[in-house]
Ligand binder design. Sequence first.
Ligand SMILES: [Zn+2]
Length: 207
Amino acid sequence: MQTFAAHWHPIVEITQLGRHGIEDRETRKITFGTHTGTHIDAPLHFIPHGKSVDKIPIEKLIGKATVVNLSFAKNRQEITPSDLEVAIGNRSMERLLVRFDWHKQWGNRDYYVEHPYLSEDACQWIVDHGCILLALDTPQPDNPQSPVFGSCCAPNHKILLGNEVVLVEYLTNTDKIKQDEIFLMVSPLNIMNADGAPARVVALEKE
Ligand SMILES: [Zn+2]
């Protein structure tokens, strides 16, 4: 499992402990970070004293979502509010699933450094239009060139999490979604006081 290369994101390890024929059962020890694979970011990730995963109401994580197809975006393209306006039209902005189809880059070295992203204005624009959840198939919402440390790092994370927009990152298989409106189920592990948590994310489409 690849993870963002920083000491605050551990390498995933799965170790078998119990064994059939010896302990007569299988069990495993798993080591992973709160931002491993498909996961949510709680406000606490970038906002001191922000809400943790266990404080996010489940109603926020489950419900109708609007699919925003931005799969036309080129590497490192910045998406503006007017791009979003065209892609969303007059549909609901409560929950947005943005499709860049970037999961296809999973495992490539480009995955973390070349992905398209929303401009700061675009993030503020979705906040102003009542977005409560933003799901992405990129590893994160910021310009991959933005600094990793300091007061100007990760401005989009700060705009979104600072306004209690839950982020879902590292989505996969977004290109398989056929409908514009889906029922989205985001089910993070309910880890007390956690800044993020791996999540199983399902998009249900109408028959
Ligand atoms: Zn994250």
